[in-house]
Design a protein around this ligand. Structure first.
Ligand SMILES: Cc1cc2nc3c(=O)[nH]c(=O)nc-3n(C[C@H](O)[C@H](O)[C@H](O)COP(=O)(O)OP(=O)(O)OC[C@H]3O[C@@H](n4cnc5c(N)ncnc54)[C@H](O)[C@@H]3O)c2cc1C
Length: 439
């Protein structure tokens, strides 16, 4: 029986583990936390279609609710941009602990073993090949290691340089987040329950406040690390505009990080594949990574199960890379180009986009009927180029044009991804892909 190690209890790794155990693989997940300490003490929104893709049943109805509308604001908060949730909205809101309860129960039912309180230190190598993991409980060997250890994975960081997999992140590629649930002060009806502001107080990043019946969910996110004092100052300023935010922290009140960048240019090596945050798969603008992690886990399990050579080499795992990019990665990488545009944009320019660009864009698009439900990446690119011509802030228009050009180049580069794995060819291709995102 072939043995698979899932390094870290990330969502995509657990989803892959369940599918592989079902196919007869011997699968063990090694996780540093105790079972009850896994996951954050807060809610998450994710697209539930990923569960179906990974053969995971829907959670019970009382465990989730359908996500509502999101209202976006620019730094001045003068103009609203409402993202309406359609009735058949596939995005659900669920407690993170319940997501883990659901995924782990499913995986255990399929035969996956979990080893908790086991800290992974590094990849275990035989030459260039990953053959297991080194942990604080000793070395564990396997035919294949799935890296689901998150953004700072010690497995990814200790891979041999020659496999070409990037080890860390660059500036502006991680989001530093403070999140807390405060008591709800005012009980008056709040017009917009979920408000998300870009560059609140003119600081590069996002902040949101969601007003629920019993609490307010407050998040402050920035591209550079910040202190609790700074978080509190920002929340005090948010409170002035959102009097419902009380002062008593009910839950959370801690810092975390999310990768907000294009996913890894190379996802596989001999005996190794990365899923979820360890491959930087979270959606670059908003940091949602659960669905992509689970989609990736499902694709990877399928590729592993269909590897007739049973070598789990980079060559045979390459199909996972090709499929992930085609189905999810390229779209996210497009958003990473747009995020890099935002990172450079001045707050006034962003206000100009909100105050003039969005309405004009909406008006002109509805006239030309360019927005389609099944818009392709090329359609999105066309819309951005169109948006650039509408902006009155010429500097922002120029930057947006540059971002659109990078996206066009990206589409061309991803379409040239090597069909077969050859280390030299793949590394050459990865260098081209990575260069697009130089800020
Ligand atoms: C504040 C905040 C809000 C978010 N909101 C959303 C949201 O609403 N929707 C959404 O889709 N996503 C959200 N995300 C992002 C989401 O958490 C991740 O993108 C998603 O969990 C995918 O990451 P992962 O499961 O691959 O890795 P992770 O969630 O990072 O899990 C990695 C696992 O590996 C374990 N591990 C790490 N290192 C070791 C080690 N050395 N040894 C053993 N085990 C180890 C960790 O303990 C953890 O269990 C949010 C993130 C943050 C921080």
């Amino acid at each position: 029986m072939k043995r698979i190690i899932v390094a870290g209890g990330g969502h995509g790794g657990i989803a892959a583990a369940a599918l592989l155990a079902e196919k007869g693989f011997e699968v063990t997940v090694y996780e540093r936390h105790k079972r009850e300490d896994m996951g954050y003490d807060w809610t998450d929104i994710f697209n539930h279609n990923c569960l179906k893709a990974a053969g995971v049943p829907m959670p019970d109805d009382d465990k989730y609710e359908i996500k509502g509308d999101v209202v976006f604001y620019g730094p001045s908060q003068k103009t609203e941009f409402v993202q309406r949730s359609p009735k058949n909205q596939p995005e659900i809101k669920m407690e993170r602990k319940d997501i883990y309860n659901h995924l782990i129960a499913h995986a255990e039912e399929k035969g996956v073993k979990f080893e908790y309180e086991c800290s992974i230190l590094s990849a275990l190598l035989a030459g260039d090949r990953v053959v297991g993991i080194n942990t604080d409980r000793g070395a564990f060997y396997a035919d294949m290691v799935i890296d689901a250890c998150g953004c700072d994975s010690p497995v990814r960081k200790t891979l041999p340089d020659c496999c070409g997999i990037q080890k860390g992140t660059n500036d502006f590629e991680k989001f530093y987040i403070y999140r807390a649930f405060f008591n709800r002060k005012e009980k008056d009806t709040v017009e917009n329950a979920f408000k998300l502001t870009l560059f609140f107080n003119n600081i590069r990043g996002i902040s949101w406040v969601t007003t629920e019946d019993e609490y307010t969910d407050v998040l402050v996110g920035r591209f550079t690390p910040f202190t609790k004092k700074e978080a509190n100052e920002t929340i005090a300023a948010m409170r002035e505009k959102n009097p419902a935010i009380g002062k008593k922290i009910l839950r959370g009140g801690s810092f975390a990080q999310i990768p907000v960048r294009q996913n890894l240019s190379i996802l596989v090596s001999d005996g190794y594949a990365a899923v979820g945050d360890s491959a930087f798969m979270a959606i670059p603008l908003i940091g949602s990574g659960i669905a992509n992690a689970i989609y990736a886990g499902a694709i990877l399990a399928d590729v592993i199960a269909n590897d007739e050579t049973e070598t789990y080499s980079a060559e045979t795992l390459w199909d996972y890379q090709k499929r992930y990019f085609k189905e999810h990665g390229t779209g996210c990488a497009m958003l990473a180009c747009f995020k890099n545009f935002l990172v450079k944009t001045e707050p006034e320019s962003l206000d100009n986009i909100f105050d003039y660009g969005i309405d004009k864009l909406r008006g002109s698009l509805s006239r030309t009927k360019k927005i389609k439900d099944n818009a392709t990446l090329k359609d999105v690119l066309e819309i951005l180029l169109h948006a650039r011509s509408l902006l009155t802030d010429k500097a922002a228009g120029k930057e947006l044009g540059e971002a659109a050009k990078k996206m066009a180049k990206l589409l061309s580069i991803t379409s040239q991804m090597p069909k077969e794995y050859s280390r030299n060819e793949v590394i050459k291709w990865a260098q081209k892909y990575n260069r697009i995102f130089d800020v």
